[in-house]
Design a protein around this ligand. Sequence first.
Ligand SMILES: [Mg+2]
Ligand SMILES: [Zn+2]
Length: 181
Amino acid sequence: MSIKHNRVLFIDRDGVINVRLIDDYVTKIEQFQFLPGVLEAIAAFSKLFDRIFIVTNQQGVAKGLMTEDDLKKIHAHMLAQIEQNGGNIDAVYYCHHHKLDNCECRKPKNGMFLQALKDYPDIKDSIYYMVGDTKSDMGFGKNIGATNVMIANSDSELNSNYNFVFPSLKKLSSDIHLVLG
Ligand SMILES: [Mg+2]
Ligand SMILES: [Zn+2]
C-alpha cells in the first residue's frame, strides 16, 4: 500500500520574493520589486507543488506605517504579476501584529500554518517545505516539521537551522531536484 503525500511549499516574502528594504517596510506598490528570476521560479514551483502559500510578517501595519488595505493592495499586485507569468499561489497569509503583541501568527510561531490547514484541509499530512531568509522563517519551518530552505544573501540573518541553503529563489528553482529528492 502506498500513500501519496502532497508537497506543500511555504515561501516568505521580503528578501525571498521581493527586495527586502533593510530596516524599512514595503508600504506601497512602487516599493515592491521582484528579485531576479522569481516569477519564473514560482511558475516552475507551481508545477511541482500541490499547494503554495506565502507567509509573511508585516508588523509595519501595527506600527502605523501602512494600513492593512495598503498591504492587501501590494499582495494583489504581487499575485497579478505571478499569475501573468504562469505561477499560482493558493493564499497569502500575513501577520500584521507588532512583535511585542505576542500574537499566535507571527513567525516563528505556527499560526499562519494553522490557518492554512483550516482553509485547505487537504494539506494535512503533506510534505512541507519552508523557504525563507531569516531565523524566524527557519523557526517556523521547524515548528511545522518542514524541510527548511534558507535563502542566504548578504542581507540574510545567519543561522544554522536549515536543511538546504541557496543564494536565491532562482537558484533553488534550478536545483529543486536536490531538495525534493
Ligand atoms: Mg524575509
Ligand atoms: Zn500576528
